[in-house]
Each structure stands twice: as structure tokens, then as C-alpha cells.
Design a protein around this ligand. Structure first.
Ligand code: MLC
Ligand code: AMP
Length: 490
């Protein structure tokens, strides 16, 4: 390195580098305010000084549970500048969920509006911004490499215990630069950003692709069809979950003309029905591009930008990513620069979650068709995906079983037109079923999207010869239940 030259911070250079050529260009256009690339650069530097003043240093964990706002991008980049780990949490998580995750992460600082019953410093966004106001607008970034830790993203896991996936700067940089190339994302794109910022899809795919290509985002805090349609009229790219597409289709204002400016619709996080793909094509003339990913791996496979986007498939492995499906169907395995470094504080999981030759075992069942397109046909892991959010039945069952009178429970996903799947629970109870008490306890303990929407009281749970609950039979019984909640078996 030349004398006087600063060592680079891989992630910061990737996210801010392209925008430095156009500091006055708007990178985020939100209803409340717009932010330029120059402002993002400066705010992230100021926030890095603030975080350091709060004791955050290289390798420390910063938990962020804040409502979606452009400033969160700056907070995320501030962590990267310091070499600290960004730990985003769903804003719907209850205090009990947050306390557990904060402890697991061993956080130095929690950014959250309301107090937390945990021995850790907490600060709200307004206070952070207030403290940032008189800080310098530049920062000497910590030098990093591909293996430098960047983020911890929690997934609950099949045992009901949360697992933090440790993502490196190399993982994140590989992800957005590869997708930018594959989907031809450039500074000319206008990305409709309508996903939450606490998941891989909204932060590391939609926002990072946009920033790292010098594009701009039309920023919506939540999915309101009218607002999304208005944004689509003057944008070029949408990254969404299948529920977004079914909700758009349910609105007659979605027409070929209304999305004429758009060049690409991407869907992921949950299976897109072939019927949704077909209806969208018929209505708009645009073939949704479906891709497949996971928190632990970022994006794995994608349908082609040019060439056939085949419905019900997720296309081909991304360039540089190895995908192996050792059977038909078989559990999809993946290896490459996209794959996370491991679960935080859980080295023992390496053996069960990876093959001996280093492939991550996704838990998704796949088949590869004659033309090489990967199709996700099911899951070997017990997870419900509701509106693109993962719910681990074990976690919900443990909470249901805490309620007095609940002897045991089995949680399943049942089909839902809007959300793809929703959570339902079969309960074995002692005495009368008190739905109010059960719901109150679950609501107090778990985020609302994990709360069962349907209950069925059963005399006993169906089990196989090994004593394992047969979830397929539970699901069939819930579906056979006429309507309503709670239900009881005749
Ligand atoms: C909201 N609710 C849900 C829900 N979202 N219930 C089940 N499943 C969901 N996904 C509940 C709320 O708690 C509330 O309940 C009621 O529904 C209405 O809330 P809302 O805020 O009005 O919901 P809405 O805005 O309509 O949100 C639906 C949604 C949202 C689909 C737009 O869930 C969403 O943005 N999903 C995307 C999630 C995502 O980004 N996934 C990516 C994961 S990364 P109550 O009881 O309070 O009335 C990943 C890897 C990859 O998977 O490949 O991308
Ligand atoms: P998460 O743990 O939240 O990152 O969710 C990842 C899971 O979402 C994957 O393991 C898949 O089960 C599912 N998923 C993501 N994209 C798709 C897709 N296009 N089709 C089917 N399932 C998907």
C-alpha cells in the first residue's frame, strides 16, 4: 500500500464507493425525507463516532430493533466502519424475545425506543441522531477483509432456541455484487423498497444492491397497495415476497400500463405459486423472476434475467455458488463465498449443519429438472413460512405448553391465500379450553406473526410408532375442521 493510503473497509467501500461519485444523488426517497449519497456517507461517519463513544468497538454486537427509517442504513454502515456486528431484530418481537436475543448476542449496545429489562445500554434513534449532529462527517474506517464479521442475523431454529447466523463482510459483498451483475442493476435503476430492514431480503439484497450500484430507492415503510402502485409507476425494479404479488394482483389498478416503467419484478423468501406467476404475466406482460435464498447463505439460485424464467423453479445456482441436490428430491446443499461463517457461540452445530466437505445443509427439499432448473418442492426442516417470515413450530409449542391446562401442543402451517401459510395449533388440554388465556399468553410472549390463527382441541396428538408427532396428520385435521377458532374435534 502506498505511504499515507488508508487500508480499505471492504463493505463500506462496496456500499458507499459508487455513490461517492454522485454525492448529491438521492439514494433513498422516503415520504418523510430524502437522503443523498453524500448525506448517507456523512451520517454513517457521524454515527460511527457516536457508537464508539457508547463503547462499541471492533467485533462488538450492536442490536437494532427500530422502525424502518433511512437512518438505519447509516447505522448499519456505521457498524461496518467500526468492524462491529449489526444485529437486526424484527420490530414485532416482544420484550421476552428481545431479552433472550440480546443476551445470546452479548450485545454492547441496544438501539431500541423502549426500555429493556436487560443489563445492557440502550439508546433510541432520536438520541443517536441528536448525538451524531455535532460529530465529524468523516471517520477512519477499520480495515477489513472478506472474513471480517459484519452481522448476526437470528433464526429461531428447529429446537426453538435462537441461532445467530454470523455473516461476514465477504458474504455480503459477494451477495450484492453478484446480484447486481446477474440482474443488471445499475445507477439508472429506481428500486421500490417495501421490505422490512431486519431481514436478509430487505437489507442485504434490496438495499445493498441499490447502494452498491449507485441506484436510488423509493422507500415505503409498509406494504400499502396504493402507495406501491404509485411507486411502481416511476420505478424500474421491485424485490418482494409472494404476498406482495398476490396483493398487487387483487387490485384492478395493476395493469400493463401501470407498470410500464418497470423492467424487473423479483420474488423470493417463500414459494411463488405458478398461478401467481401466470396471472402476473397475463395482467402486466412481465414474468416475475423467482430466486431462492436463506439467512445463512444469502442468495443461492436465481432464474435468468435473459432467457426463460420458469415458474415453480428458482433457476440456477448463482455464479460462484455450488448447489448440490444428491437425490430427487433431496435436501439442497450449498457451498461458496455466500455461505455464513457459522452459528454464533454454537460451534457444535457445524457437524450437523454442514457436510464433511463443507456444504451447508439447507433443509429445503429440491429437484433439478432436465434443463438444470432447481425446484424447491418441500422442506425437511419443521418451519412455517408466513408472508415471508419464518415461524419455527417448536418455539410456539414451547410457549403454548407453558399455559396451565395445556398438556401438549403441535404447531403446523396451513395454506393461506394471502400469506402463503399461516400458523395453526392443535392442543391437548386438561379441563375446559380457555382460548382467551392461551392467546393472551402467546401474544405476550411471541411476536404477532407467530401467534396461531387457528386452534383445534384434540384428544391426543397423532404419533407414529417412534412416538413422533405426525405433523401431516395434524395439518389434515386442522384443515378438516370446518371454520373458526377455537375448534374442537367431534
Ligand atoms: C404481519 N402479520 C403477519 C405477517 N405480517 N402474520 C403472519 N405472517 C406475516 N408475515 C400480522 C401482524 O402481526 C398483524 O397482526 C396483522 O398481520 C396485520 O399486520 P400488518 O403490519 O398490517 O401486516 P402487513 O403490512 O400486511 O404485512 C404483511 C407483509 C409483511 C407480508 C407485507 O409480513 C412483510 O413485509 N413480509 C416480508 C417479510 C420478509 O422480508 N421476509 C424476508 C426474510 S429473509 P395483529 O394480530 O397485530 O392484527 C429470507 C431469505 C430470502 O427469507 O430468501 O429472502
Ligand atoms: P430465512 O431463514 O428467513 O432466511 O428463510 C429461508 C427459507 O425461505 C429457505 O430455507 C426456504 O425454505 C425459503 N425460501 C426462500 N426463497 C424461496 C423460494 N423462492 N421458494 C421457496 N422457498 C424459499
Amino acid at each position: 500500500m502506498a505511504a499515507g493510503a488508508r487500508a480499505a473497509n471492504l463493505l463500506v467501500e462496496t456500499l458507499l464507493g459508487p455513490g461517492r461519485a454522485t454525492p448529491d444523488k438521492v439514494c433513498v426517497d422516503a415520504a418523510a425525507a430524502a437522503m443523498t449519497y453524500g448525506e448517507l456517507d456523512a451520517l454513517s461517519a457521524r454515527l460511527a463516532h457516536v457508537l464508539r463513544a457508547h463503547g462499541v468497538d471492533l467485533g462488538d454486537r450492536v442490536v437494532v430493533q427500530l422502525e424502518k427509517a433511512p437512518a438505519l442504513l447509516a447505522l448499519n454502515i456505521a457498524c461496518a466502519r467500526l468492524g462491529a456486528l449489526y444485529v437486526p431484530l424484527n420490530t414485532a418481537y416482544t420484550e421476552r424475545e428481545v431479552v433472550e436475543l440480546v443476551a445470546d448476542a452479548g450485545a454492547t449496545l441496544v438501539a431500541r425506543e423502549t426500555p429493556l429489562d436487560a443489563p445492557v445500554a440502550r439508546v433510541g434513534l432520536a438520541q443517536l441522531l441528536h448525538e451524531a449532529a455535532d460529530q465529524p462527517s468523516s471517520f477512519e474506517d477499520v480495515a477489513t477483509g472478506e472474513s471480517s464479521p459484519a452481522a448476526l442475523v437470528f433464526t429461531s431454529g428447529t429446537t426453538g432456541r435462537p441461532k445467530g447466523a454470523l455473516l461476514t463482510q465477504g458474504n455480503l459483498v459477494f451477495g450484492c455484487t453478484t446480484l447486481n451483475e446477474l440482474w443488471a442493476i445499475t445507477a439508472d435503476d429506481v428500486v421500490v423498497h417495501v421490505l422490512p430492514l431486519f431481514h436478509v431480503h430487505g437489507l442485504f439484497v434490496a438495499a445493498y444492491c441499490s447502494l452498491s450500484s449507485g441506484a436510488s430507492m423509493r422507500w415505503l415503510e409498509r406494504f400499502d397497495v396504493t402507495e406501491v402502485l404509485a411507486a411502481l409507476a416511476t420505478s424500474t425494479l421491485l424485490m418482494g415476497v409472494p404476498t406482495h404479488y398476490t396483493r398487487l394482483l387483487a387490485d384492478p389498478r395493476l395493469t400493463r400500463e401501470s407498470v410500464a416503467a418497470m423492467r424487473l419484478f423479483v420474488s423470493g423468501s417463500a414459494p411463488l405459486l405458478a398461478s401467481t406467476h401466470a396471472s402476473f404475466l397475463a395482467r402486466t406482460g412481465q414474468a416475475i423472476l423467482e430466486r431462492y435464498g436463506m439467512t445463512e447463505t444469502g442468495m443461492i439460485a436465481s432464474n435468468p434475467l435473459l432467457g426463460e424464467r420458469r415458474p415453480s423453479t428458482v433457476g440456477f445456482a448463482l455464479p460462484g455458488v455450488e448447489v448440490r441436490v444428491p437425490g430427487s428430491p433431496a435436501v439442497v446443499q450449498v457451498r461458496g463465498p455466500n455461505v455464513f461463517a457459522g452459528y454464533w457461540g454454537r460451534p457444535e452445530l457445524r457437524d450437523s449443519e454442514f457436510t464433511p466437505d463443507g456444504f451447508f445443509i439447507t433443509g429445503d427439499l429440491g429437484v433439478v429438472d432436465a434443463d438444470g432448473y432447481l425446484e424447491i418442492v418441500g422442506r425437511s426442516k419443521d418451519v412455517v413460512i408466513s408472508g415471508g417470515l419464518n415461524v419455527y413450530p417448536r418455539e410456539v409449542e414451547l410457549v403454548l405448553d407453558e399455559v396451565e391446562g395445556v398438556v401438549e401442543s403441535a404447531v403446523v402451517g396451513v395454506p393461506d391465500d394471502d400469506l402463503g401459510e399461516v400458523v395453526a395449533a392443535a392442543l391437548v388440554v386438561e379441563g375446559d379450553f380457555d382460548e382467551v388465556a392461551v392467546l393472551a399468553h402467546v401474544r405476550e410472549t411471541l411476536a404477532p406473526f407467530k401467534v396461531p390463527r387457528r386452534f383445534l382441541v384434540v384428544n391426543e396428538l397423532p404419533r407414529n410408532a417412534m412416538g413422533k408427532v405426525q405433523k401431516a396428520l395434524v395439518r389434515a385435521r386442522v384443515l378438516a375442521q370446518d371454520v373458526g377458532s377455537p375448534g374442537a374435534e367431534p
